[in-house]
Ligand binder design. Structure first.
Ligand SMILES: [Fe+2]
Length: 336
């Protein structure tokens, strides 16, 4: 087993930080808007193709097939829905990336090799220093995900729950990020559907493309995705290796609970108020949905979707009762 690296000492030969950014820029933009800076993850030597094939073998040997996704995106473009493309055999795909029109994802690699755990620790340690706040205390779910993509592959437009940093290690790619608060681009109902488990709920609106910022990432670049910032990715004319370091926190989970409450209220024909507009309503909604959480989640799905799954049956029952009693009394028009 590899020795765990002391996060305080760093990886670079000159002990330089992995994140090459000023605290001022980091603090001003973190979780609010996308921004780009430089990194030195290449100094760890852990993200070269040979190392990654070894890592893929470790994940397979552990039987963790759910930590793999290998998808053929040859036919896809930025408007394709997530989850509508066919899966491929994994190890074969990794070793033939230069030929296949493929995209491979290795998830939560920090669980399979302490060297990657140490890199993750180091990055969080540096972020805490930049923010001057104890970030790790707030984190409820995190993942280091490695993306390997064949030339010209596109990852369709979508949103993610987490706060994310996408590090480019090899090849180049365009990442287009949009404002996370633009509800014309992705409306409340789409975000609610996303928080019910539909990963492809956000629909690309080509006429709003000009609102996006396109970052051309080359090795050594990193771009921050704020939570719920819509984005698409287009690979350059080369094999691309990128690393995503993403984490959910308690405050982000609270927002998810409010969207989940709103989606449930909408099923009763009510008109829920968007999160952030009424602190009192937000508090009640988050508290209610949180009561149905799984206290020992073993996966992202457990953490995020247990409350809505637990509430589904009683809600269906309540809806039938309300529908019956509301017959003849017109529709309900209450803002909640
Ligand atoms: Fe994403």
């Amino acid at each position: 087993m590899q020795k765990h690296v002391d996060p305080a000492k760093g990886f670079a030969p000159d002990n330089a930080p992995l994140l090459q950014v000023s605290a001022e820029d980091f603090r001003a933009n973190f979780n609010k808007r996308s921004f780009e800076f430089r990194h030195r993850l290449q100094d760890t030597k852990l993200f070269e193709i040979d190392q990654l094939i070894e890592l893929a073998d470790k994940i397979l040997a552990a039987g963790a097939t759910d930590r793999f996704a290998a998808v053929n995106y040859r036919q896809a473009n930025v408007g394709t829905k997530i989850g509508t493309t066919p899966n491929l055999g994994l190890r074969e795909t990794v070793s033939k990336l230069d030929q296949a029109g493929s995209w491979v994802k290795l998830s939560r690699v920090q669980d399979f090799d302490p060297k990657y755990t140490a890199v993750f620790d180091q990055l969080l340690f540096e972020m805490e220093g930049l923010l001057n706040q104890p970030l790790r205390r707030e984190i409820t779910w995190s993942t280091v995900t490695i993306f390997l993509a064949s030339p010209k592959i596109a990852t369709p437009f979508h949103i993610d729950h987490e706060s994310n940093f996408l590090f480019q290690l090899q090849g180049d790619k365009d990442v287009c990020l949009f404002d996370p608060n633009d509800r014309e681009l992705v409306n409340d109902k789409e975000v609610e559907a996303f928080y019910l488990g539909n990963a492809g709920a956000a629909t690309y609106k080509e006429h709003l493309q000009a609102r996006g910022t396109v970052y051309r990432l080359t090795p050594g670049d990193v771009v921050h995705h704020p939570p719920l910032a819509p984005h698409w990715v287009k690979n350059g004319d080369n094999i691309s290796v990128s690393v995503s370091v993403a984490f959910g926190t308690k405050p982000l989970e609270r927002v998810a609970r409010i969207y989940q409450a709103n989606s449930l209220l909408r099923t009763f024909g009510l008109a829920p108020v968007s999160p952030g507009l009424s602190p009192t309503k937000d508090k009640i909604k988050a508290a209610f949905v949180s009561r149905f959480e799984n206290r020992n989640p073993r996966s992202y799905a457990d953490l995020m979707f247990t409350p809505v799954n637990r509430l589904r049956k009683p809600i269906e029952l309540a809806k039938r009762v309300i529908r019956r009693s509301a017959q003849g009394r017109g529709s309900i028009k209450t803002t909640v």
